[in-house]
Design a binder for this molecule. Structure first.
Ligand code: PFF
Length: 453
């Protein structure tokens, strides 16, 4: 049974293992695949700045809120919210935060697994030397041929889903902890190697200029929403994943500094990925705004031209796949933990059922790149665009807004004080302002801006 100090699902061995696990959740396709292509589509530097502002003023306080709620409840987000609302006599409607998170998790995982499957496919392509010495046009063609073949994509989607289900069914704490000890440092080293390559490429200056040059004219109201949505997505916020992980954090860990370290690690990886990708784009005359294919064309191209590129390229996609798995695991944790608690079900059974549902939902994403490419759900959005947009840009920010409101206003000061290790002085006022006002109001303004915009 859960007690005040331990979760029935297990506990992280130390504060640093929580940092690694949370960074494992945060660092994923969102950093290496999505951030560069969103920056590319939204004109670069000004978007990057907006994103950083969202991380600092909205992301960090909301991550603190999630972790503290999780640690206070020590259960899945749904049951944590249930317990806290009962204990402090608050409306049961707050529990919807937990339910919405579970729905968002299904949607996100369904397409996440498909894209992660692409990176599995590229492991084989890199290892076989198929991209050695390839030109931009050849790298482009390889990717487009892959997208045109739904069966290939479904095969890789299935393999990735089976791997994810296997790991989550074995239990998060041990599985992740072991994988993560060597994966995060290796990822940093490899990004550094790639950065070295990018610095010496002809496109470096142009790439840096694109990432940090401030051209506000390239932004519109929607870019602000996209930057905000990306901040939530990349930090794994707004759907209870960090709340679920927070439930396993030892009481001795200080929440504030721990969360800042996680956010910094995540941001460094995203910015480094952009600084690797854009110089290669410019040096090879590729398009910055080419969308989801960006990483899958530029990175193989760069490795194809490098000495030992086959080895490094293969390792790179292995790592992207690992980064994706450690995130995928955390996306499913809120639903998984809830079902295990509620039905006293075996983790492995629940994991398989979740996997099957997400796999089926993911077929729509696969088809969005070929047979259904011209089927538009709203405006000119494909099924994938739609699921991605609704989950990332609407559900996560809204979920995060209510989490912040709950932690800022509905929880008694004493609970917050004990969790954050602060007394009733100015820090407690600062918390009210940042978590109770700044973060939720920022989300609201962006929403209203887009609605009436
Ligand atoms: N943060 C992950 C990434 O950047 O790839 C994605 C993610 C993980 C989103 C967990 C949401 C989540 F709950």
């Amino acid at each position: 049974m859960a007690t005040d100090t331990e979760s029935r699902h297990g506990m992280w061995s130390s504060r640093w293992l929580f940092i690694l696990a949370a960074a494992g959740s945060a660092v994923g396709l969102g950093n290496i695949w999505k951030f560069p292509y969103l920056a590319g589509e939204n004109g670069g530097g000004a978007f990057v700045l907006l994103y950083l502002v969202c991380i600092a003023f909205v992301g960090v306080p909301i991550m603190m809120a999630e972790v503290l709620l999780g640690r206070e409840g020590r259960q899945s987000p749904i049951n944590t919210m249930r317990q806290l609302t009962r204990q402090h006599n608050r409306s049961a409607l707050w529990v919807l935060i937990g339910w919405a998170g579970v729905v968002a998790g299904f949607l996100i995982l369904s397409y996440y697994v498909v894209i992660a499957g692409w990176s599995l496919f590229y492991i084989g392509q890199m290892a076989s030397g198929a991209l050695e010495g390839a030109t931009g046009a050849q790298a482009d063609a390889l990717f487009n041929d892959f997208l045109a073949d739904p069966w290939q994509m479904i095969m890789w989607q299935t393999i990735f889903m089976v791997l994810t289900v296997y790991i989550i069914s074995r239990g998060v704490v041990k599985g992740i902890e072991t994988a993560i000890r060597w994966f995060m440092p290796t990822l940093f080293v490899l990004l550094f190697v790639l950065l070295g390559y990018a610095v010496t490429s002809d496109g470096w200056a142009q790439g840096v200029d694109f990432m940090f040059g401030l051209d506000f004219a390239s932004l519109d109201g929607n870019s602000v929403l996209v930057a905000l949505g990306q901040a939530f997505f990349t930090l794994s916020l707004g759907m209870g994943a960090m709340m679920a992980y927070g439930a396993y954090v030892p009481n001795s860990a200080p929440i504030g500094s721990t969360v800042v370290i996680i956010a910094l690690l995540d941001t460094v990886v995203a910015v480094a990925a952009g600084l690797v990708i854009f110089p290669i784009v410019f040096a090879n005359g590729l398009e910055t705004g080419q969308g989801p294919g960006l990483m899958f064309v530029t990175i193989p191209l760069a490795f194809g031209q490098m000495p030992l590129g086959i080895v490094f390229g293969t390792i790179f996609f292995v790592l992207v796949s690992f980064a994706a798995i450690t995130s995928a695991i955390s996306i499913s944790e809120p639903a998984l933990a809830y079902l295990v608690e509620e039905y006293n079900a075996k983790r492995s059974r629940v994991a398989i059922s979740l996997g099957v549902i997400c796999w089926v939902l993911g077929i729509g994403t696969v088809l969005s790149f070929n047979h259904w490419a011209d089927v538009h759900i709203v405006g000119n959005m494909t099924y994938f665009d739609f699921v991605d947009y609704v989950s990332q840009n609407i559900m996560l920010p809204l979920g995060g807004m209510f989490i912040a409101l709950f932690a800022g206003w509905a929880l008694p000061k004493t609970v917050i004080g004990a969790q954050l290790g602060i007394d009733d002085g100015w820090l407690s006022v600062l918390w009210k302002i940042v978590c109770g006002i700044v973060a939720p109001v920022a989300v609201l303004i962006v929403f209203l801006g887009v609605l009436f915009g």
